[in-house]
Design a protein around this ligand. Structure first.
Ligand SMILES: Nc1ncnc2c1ncn2[C@@H]1O[C@H](COP(=O)(O)OP(=O)(O)OP(=O)(O)O)[C@@H](O)[C@H]1O
Ligand SMILES: [Mg+2]
Length: 194
C-alpha cells in the first residue's frame, strides 16, 4: 500500500465512527405516480414542525437535476444513481440528519445493498396498481410512454421488482394521503425513532 492510500484509510476510519445521535433513512420505493414524493414531503414537514426532528429530502427528480444529471435510465445508470444517493443518505443519517429518499429504485438487489450500507434503513413500499398511476399521470409520462416516446419506462418497458419484506407498506389507491403519512409516523413512533 502506498503512503497515500494509508492516509486515505486512516482518514476514512476516523470518520466512520458512529455519531451518538443517529438518524434514520426512510426509503420510498414504487412506480412513478404511486405517491412517493407526495407522502415523503408531508412526512418531512411533520417531522420538522411536529417533532423538531432534523430531516432532509432526497427526491429523484431533484437529485437527477443536480447530483446525477449525467445518468439516464438503463439498469446500470439507475443503479449508479441509487449508489450515489445511498452514500449521501448514509453520511446524513449517521450524523443525525434523517433522510426521506424517494426514488423508483426498481431493482431489489440494489435496494438490498442500500439496506446494508445505510444506518437505520427503513424501506417504504409505496404500492399502487399501474392503472391507477397511469390514470393519475401527474407528469404526463404514462401518456408519453404509451405513445412510445419514452424508453425504459418502469412498469411499461422496464421492470419494477416489488419489495418482499418492506418495513412499511402504503397502498395509496386505497388510502388518503394523510393516512399514508400517519402510517409512516406511527411506524417511527412505535420503533423508537421519534
Ligand atoms: N394515499 C396517497 N398517497 C400518496 N399520493 C396519493 C395518495 N392518494 C392520492 N395520491 C396522489 O397521487 C399522486 C402521486 O404523485 P407523486 O408525484 O407523489 O408520485 P411519485 O411516486 O413521486 O412519482 P415519480 O416517481 O414520478 O416521482 C399525487 O398527485 C397525490 O396527490
Ligand atoms: Mg416523485
Amino acid at each position: 500500500m502506498s503512503e497515500n492510500n494509508e492516509h486515505v484509510m486512516v482518514h476514512e476510519d476516523k470518520w466512520e465512527k458512529q455519531n451518538e445521535e443517529e438518524g434514520f433513512t426512510l426509503w420510498f420505493t414504487g412506480l412513478s405516480g404511486s405517491g412517493k414524493s407526495a407522502v415523503a414531503d408531508r412526512v418531512g414537514l411533520r417531522l420538522e414542525e411536529g417533532y423538531g426532528h432534523k430531516a432532509e429530502r432526497l427526491d429523484g427528480d431533484i437529485v437527477r437535476q443536480h447530483l446525477t444529471a449525467d445518468l439516464g435510465f438503463t439498469k446500470e445508470d439507475r443503479n449508479t444513481n441509487i449508489k450515489r444517493v445511498s452514500f449521501l443518505a448514509e453520511l446524513l443519517s449517521r450524523n443525525g440528519v434523517s433522510v426521506l429518499a424517494s426514488f423508483i429504485s426498481p431493482y431489489r438487489e440494489r435496494r438490498q445493498k442500500t439496506r446494508e450500507q445505510v444506518t437505520n434503513f427503513i424501506e417504504v413500499f409505496v404500492k399502487c396498481p399501474i392503472d391507477v398511476c397511469a390514470e393519475r399521470d401527474v407528469k404526463g409520462l404514462y401518456e408519453k410512454a404509451r405513445r412510445g416516446e419514452i424508453e425504459n419506462f418502469t412498469g411499461i418497458s422496464d421492470p419494477y421488482e416489488e419489495p418482499e419484506n418492506p418495513e412499511i407498506l402504503l397502498e395509496t389507491h386505497e388510502e388518503e394521503i394523510d393516512e399514508s403519512v400517519q402510517k409512516v409516523i406511527d411506524y417511527l413512533d412505535d420503533n423508537g425513532y421519534l
